[in-house]
Structures are given as structure tokens and as C-alpha cells.
Design a protein. Sequence first.
Length: 225
Amino acid sequence: MVSNKPVLVMATRNPGKTAEIRDLLQAFPMEIRDLSDFGPIPEVEEDGLTFDENAYKKSSFTARVLGCPALADDSGLAVAALNGSPGVLSARYGGEGLSDADRCRQLLAEMRGRRDRRAAFECVLSLAVPSGPALTYEGRCEGLLTEAPSGDNGFGYDPIFYYPAAHKTFAQLTREEKNRISHRGKALQELRDEFEKVMIWIRRHMPRDDPWNWSDDGSILGRRS
């Protein structure tokens, strides 16, 4: 079935991220897809020195390759006692091929005996169109590292990130609870608060004959077969 909604692609294959973003943007009339809905796409080398650089690399590359607006996030965990590490290397901390649980165990091992458990999740969202321009949104959430994993929800470092105001780790929160307070939730809330304007911005930067139902005059065009 052909959708009459404009398409926004998440530049990720992480189902957890996609689910969180779908929840937060569900009120808007568009179809949200991610890279798993498409064929093989070259991987973007995340060699930027900041979350901002990596987020834009992913969103702009995906937008150019697929010819439609793309939303990417780059996020990670900054630990005070480790001088901000793993930071932009959070997803690759400890090397390739490790599971989320492996990375959590490795980080806790490195933190063993350290009294300063302060940590913060940071997120930068980049929404790009194929011609290059992008919008940027940021979010941050401060908490503490636990001594051991706790909770079965979420992904990544959620089981070892304790949020004092909720008296729970991120992995003990429901997705709805996490979305209200998380780094990604805060960045997405900024995006959601002005999304009507964002949709107009996208339409103004998309060609009138684009195949993904965006148009520059505010109307929705039927997608070409």
C-alpha cells in the first residue's frame, strides 16, 4: 500500500532509537522509517570529534543517498571520572563486536573503586535535507553510574545509568518515562515543539517533484511509482 504521508527516515538501524522517536513524533502526519526499511546502504564513518559532527555526517549522507529528509542522532555517555569518556566513542567503547552488556561490564570494571560516579548522557539531533542544510537540536541528562546493571528496558548503557530524581536506572523506566527525561527525549521535545515550522522548512528545501510526498508549497504530493 502506498502511503500518502511524507516520509522521514531515521538514519539508524537501532530499533530502540526508532521506537523512541516514533513515540515522540506520533502526533505528526508523516511516515517514519529507518535504514532497515531499505536495501544495503554504505556505513558512515563516525570519525567526527563531536556529537554534532557525527550526527550531521549521518543525516546529510542518508538524505543524499535516499533523496528524502533524514534525522540522525549521535549520543553517548560522558563520565566525569574518565574525563568525559567514552563520549563520542560510546557505541564503539572496548572495540568492535561487543554487546551492550559487554560494554556496560567493561565500563563498570574501569570505574571499580572510583567514588566519583557522575555521568551524563548527551545527544545531538541533526535533521538534514538532500541539498545539504540541516537543523540541530541538543539534549543532556545527568545522573550517576551504578555499581552493577539493573533493569531490563532500554538499550546501551541504560542499565548502569541511575537517574536520582526517579530513583531508577534508565533500564528500569518505561519508554514513556524515559522519553520525558532522557537526553534524546529532551532534544526531540525541542524538535517536536516547533515541528510544524520544521515541516514547512523541509518542504521549502525539497524539490516539488520529490518522490517522498514533501512539497515546497505545503501540500502533499502523491508519490511516484
